[in-house]
Ligand binder design. Structure first.
Ligand code: SAH
Length: 257
């Protein structure tokens, strides 16, 4: 039997129109769509009516399908000749575990392709009126997971985040917000460094709050900020006052600084 193929497609950060043309093409032509929770469900309406849609979960605290099961589904379906789109929120290569899934496909001789997407760490700030780089505000930008494994919790890493990087986008960090702020301050970042938290970025439910390292935890609690959210740390956050363009539900004037 002829083998199928797996397309690892970035669905974009939330606004369904932010998927790429190539991504849309894969979605429209696939036999099977395997998708995560952070994928906007509206995108599934572009799939063929007869396409099988498999939800594989990925909630912060529980998984509907374990990673090994997802890997097996991809290999099984493509092995049976199906064209599979593995639709992931944002970009599949940014905290998307595409490395594990693609290596699994490769080791089973399953052909695959990667279709990049727009990652939340760039798009959510953009929709909040904050460009992640600006030559007047620094020259470095980092993607960091708030979900650091214990062994990654080393002093040198936090020192680099605190002193060496102008703008940092923390993913999966909302439950670790106080830890992140404390570590940065402890390692030398100015407590008055501006911070933005953007929840459900690029969607109609987007909310943004702005504060500083020393008070953002309190503000986040006040406004009940929750997952999914990007925590953006850096002086560039202040530009939002001049660049805000996307109307957020009830929060368009909340800047906090
Ligand atoms: N591959 C994805 C990231 C997956 S990790 C990407 O490139 O965007 C999941 C984390 O992404 C969430 O915890 C949150 O920090 C961030 N995220 C995803 N969608 C988001 C959104 N619409 N608004 C804000 N943050 C988002």
């Amino acid at each position: 039997m002829k083998k199928g193929k797996v397309f690892f497609v970035g669905a974009g950060p939330g606004d369904p129109k932010l998927i790429t043309l190539r991504g849309l093409e894969c979605l429209q032509q696939s036999d099977v769509i395997v998708y995560d929770r952070l994928v906007n469900p509206e995108l599934l309406t572009y799939a063929r009516e007869d396409a099988r849609k498999i939800f594989c979960g990925k909630f912060p605290d529980r998984h509907v399908m374990r990673q090994e099961q997802i890997n097996d589904v991809l290999v099984r379906e493509a092995g049976e000749g199906q064209v599979v789109t593995r639709l992931k929120g944002g970009d599949p290569c940014v905290f998307g575990r595409v490395g594990e899934e693609a290596v699994h496909c490769a080791s089973h001789d399953i052909e695959f392709e990667i279709v990049p997407g727009i990652t939340a760490g760039i798009a959510a700030p953009a929709y909040a009126g904050i460009p992640v780089t600006h030559r007047d505000y620094g020259s470095s930008f980092a993607f960091v997971t708030g979900h650091l494994r214990d062994r990654q919790e080393d002093h040198r890493k936090w020192e680099a985040f605190a002193r060496g990087i102008d703008t940092i986008a923390f993913y999966m960090g909302i439950n670790k917000l106080s830890h992140i702020c404390e570590r940065l301050i402890e390692h030398g970042r100015d407590p008055e460094t501006p911070v933005a938290i953007i929840e459900w970025g690029t969607t109609e439910n987007q909310r943004t709050i702005v504060g500083e390292l020393h008070n953002i935890v309190e503000k986040a609690e006040q406004h009940n900020m929750t997952h999914p959210a990007i925590i953006l740390v850096g002086d560039i956050v202040t530009i939002r006052e001049k660049m805000q363009w996307f109307q957020e539900r009830g929060f368009s004037r909340l800047t906090g600084v």
